[in-house]
Design a protein around this ligand. Structure first.
Ligand code: PEP
Ligand code: MN
Length: 257
């Protein structure tokens, strides 16, 4: 179902007023984690001023250490719903368990499936039974074929609103957090009709190369960019070193539009 052989025309996935996979790129920015209403609201106002239509923010955070901030959970979803009402932005957040589909359906405009859950097949089937758009991130050691099959799990349950998100893969290279696989973009676009985003935050982990990598992704045919923005990165509860400040984000945004 994901293949170009099955459907030759590009799929456009609508998230709120945004169209991913259409003629114009559609970007998703926002903080790594939802920490408070005011923290997300500050980013939301900035995105709105820039004419952006979506915001991201994690309520359920799959952290490497169980002692790190795990996200606000349901309270985080409620904050996102308030942001959506107050700012008119579509809200996107990761869910990590099949039961979160029902819990989060009324709060979110799209579900994100994180890299660590790309092959959590019960979760894929659960979002597949929903009609809400799904942003599916590439597993950190997933091949393109495995990535395509993960999306197939969602489509096979009836939900065709799937967006791929390349977010870097594990390699021996230590200069970046992961290795951004630019070739994934044309490979996915050729193999599938589904849109493709590129997350420059979790792939590079380095703010000074994010704009260049975003430009490369768009040049390679990506349908949009994902990146993290925080009003005060130094105090962030997750991904402190990688989130752009609003000032850094200004420059980044100007250089990719
Ligand atoms: C995220 O986007 O918040 C995230 C945790 O990314 P990934 O699943 O790609 O590591
Ligand atoms: Mn993050």
């Amino acid at each position: 179902l994901v293949s170009r052989a099955h459907q030759s025309a590009d799929t456009i996935v609508r998230i709120g007023e945004a169209e991913i996979g259409g003629d114009e790129p559609a970007h998703i920015f926002g903080p790594c984690s939802v920490e408070s209403y005011s923290q997300v609201a500050e980013v939301a106002s900035d995105l709105k001023r820039k004419g952006l239509k979506m915001i991201r923010g994690g309520a359920f955070k799959p952290r490497t250490s169980p002692y790190d901030f795990q996200g606000l959970g349901k309270e985080g979803l409620e904050i996102l719903l308030e942001i959506k009402k107050a700012h008119g932005l579509a809200v996107v957040s990761e869910i990590v368990a099949p039961e979160h589909v029902n819990l989060a359906e009324a709060h979110l405009d799209a579900f994100q499936i994180g890299a660590r859950n790309m092959q959590n097949f019960e979760l894929l089937k659960a979002v597949g039974r929903s009609s809400k758009p799904v942003i599916l991130k590439r597993g950190m050691s997933a091949t393109i074929e495995e990535f395509l099959y993960a999306a197939e799990y969602i489509l096979a349950e009836g939900n065709g609103n799937v967006v791929f998100c390349e977010r870097g893969i594990r390699t021996y290279e230590k200069s970046t957090r992961n290795t951004l696989d630019i070739s994934a973009v044309p490979l996915l676009k050729q193999a599938s009709h589904l849109p493709v985003l590129v997350d420059v935050t979790h792939s590079t982990g380095r703010k000074e190369i994010m704009a260049d990598c975003a430009k490369a992704a768009l040049a390679a045919g990506a349908d949009g960019i994902m990146a993290e923005v925080h009003p005060d990165p130094a105090t962030a509860l997750s991904d402190r070193a990688q989130q752009m400040s609003l000032e850094e984000f200004d420059k980044f945004h100007l250089s990719i539009i």
